[in-house]
Design a protein around this ligand. Structure first.
Ligand SMILES: C[S@@+](CC[C@H](N)C(=O)[O-])C[C@H]1O[C@@H](n2cnc3c(N)ncnc32)[C@H](O)[C@@H]1O
Length: 438
């Protein structure tokens, strides 16, 4: 069924919300405010429909030419058809609509080349290896020569692995450091091909290494006399099924706000170094300038203790709570690497940890929370019992975090900020400052 739809606003998950001739709501992805479109209805519910653009009657004046020819076919980006400033305006309105209050500030990112990790799916349908992303709402692989969101050394690494036609792969995960020069490539495939793939990597290693550096040097305009210096900065580590191919080369390190952090292929690290640094600097300065007593910092859902380590110099004691054992392993390495002597990490489910806590002091306790998309859930209510002066809640889902905050009775929202961790996509990163009121 086809309908004519007028798009009036952009709502959660980047959907355009419009109305048909009977004033029924229709959600249409990849639209802009002011678009008048004929859509094919793909799902029909009592109160709303979902449709795909078939034809434009009138194009919104907000529209720009997307800078990627795969846009709308690949499921990665949602906003390449509008200027970045508009995307930020929409993200602000979306969050304000959810939390029913004003967002104090929206902090923009660099728009492109920000992602430091990508998972490519292997496709051998053309009888050669192609690496790409899943198409929107599908598990069909779309081959992409260059993704504009990625730090470019990831694109170069992906292209050389593809051109070497490495067989028997299922996925390739590539992660890079802040400067794009330390790369970790995790080749994922059937266990029985391990030795064969290892052999290919060992024989082709120098070709891969040279290709990445040559391309990156040309992108950065590195002169011949600086080339060797540039070359010597690089590090390339290969894993097969999440285990190092060469035991002597098993991790890479990244700089992050003047501290050093170890990276592996699977463990969580902030996806966008640029905005991650802005966000953690904001937390650092907020704590330093606004919180008088600084005794204990609890870094909840701490990953490899990034926040805890960065803020450790402001506190007497730092405790990280994390469930994943390999993040615990990395956190311990990071504590040593940065010579931190007031921090420790505990392996525990955060929801269990907060059921029974005791505090040495009634003032100076701060909690930073950074859970995955599903948030904390009802157990967050336990936090009402404790003398936490502030809770700083970071979330990649405004819906679940707002639900969590509403469970709390003894804290009120003092500030809400958006740090745009995922430009050109519908994902929204929100930071709430919650102050204890009772
Ligand atoms: C969004 S990441 C935050 C990491 C960290 N703040 C950082 O900046 O690197 C969420 C972390 O929570 C951990 N996690 C997930 N569920 C958990 C739970 N129930 N208890 C403790 N940690 C959990 C994940 O392993 C992941 O490292």
């Amino acid at each position: 069924m086809e309908k004519r739809v007028w798009i009036e606003k952009i709502v959660n998950r980047g959907m355009g919300l419009g109305y048909d001739q009977e004033a029924k709501i229709v959600f249409v992805p990849y639209t802009a405010v002011g678009d008048e479109v004929i859509v094919e209805i793909t799902k029909s519910k009592k109160r709303y429909d979902i449709g795909q653009i078939k034809k434009f009657i009138k194009k919104s004046e907000e529209r720009i030419e997307p800078n990627c020819s795969f846009f709308t076919k690949c499921g990665g980006c949602h906003f390449l058809h509008i200027p970045y400033e508009k995307e930020l305006e929409y993200k602000k309105l979306i969050v304000e609509n959810i939390i029913k209050r004003e967002v104090n500030n929206v902090i923009p990112s660099i728009e492109f080349n920000y992602r430091n990790k990508a998972t490519f799916h292997a496709d051998y349908r053309s009888s050669r290896l192609k690496l790409g992303f899943y198409m929107a709402s599908s598990n069909r692989v779309i081959n992409i020569d260059k993704c504009p969101l990625l730090i470019n050394t990831i694109n170069y690494t992906k292209n050389i692995i593809e051109s070497l036609n490495i067989p028997h792969l299922d996925r390739v995960v590539i992660r890079t450091s802040h400067d794009g020069k330390k790369l970790l490539v995790n080749l994922i495939g059937e266990k029985k091909h391990k030795d064969y793939i290892k052999k290919i990597i060992k024989t082709q290693y120098n070709i891969i290494f040279d290709h990445i550096i040559r391309n990156y040097a040309s992108e950065k305009g590195v002169s011949e006399d600086k080339y060797m210096e540039f070359y010597n900065d690089f590090n390339l580590v290969f894993y097969f099924n999440s285990k190092p191919i060469d035991e002597k080369k098993s991790t890479i390190k990244t700089e992050f706000l003047n501290k050093k952090f170890f990276l592996t292929s699977n463990d969580f690290f902030q996806t966008n170094y640029y905005i991650g640094e802005k966000m953690f600097s904001f937390i650092y300065n907020f704590v330093k300038d606004n919180i008088e007593y600084k005794k204990l910092l609890i870094d909840g859902y701490s990953g490899s203790l990034t926040i805890g380590i960065i803020l450790s110099e402001l506190f007497e004691e730092v405790i990280g709570i994390e469930q994943n054992p390999s993040n615990i392993f990395l956190a311990e390495k990071n504590i040593k690497e940065n010579n931190i002597n007031n921090a420790k990490i505990i392996q525990k489910d955060f929801r269990d940890y907060i059921k029974q806590l005791s505090f040495k002091q009634s003032k100076g306790n701060i909690l930073v929370l950074d859970p995955p998309r599903e948030g904390v859930g009802k157990d967050i209510k336990y936090l009402d019992r404790y003398p936490l002066d502030y809770i700083i809640y970071i979330s990649c889902d405004p819906m679940t975090s707002y639900r969590d905050i509403n469970y709390l009775q003894n804290y009120k929202i003092e500030k809400v900020l958006i740090f745009d961790m995922f430009p050109r996509t519908f994902h929204i990163e929100v930071l709430y400052i919650l102050k204890r009121i009772i």
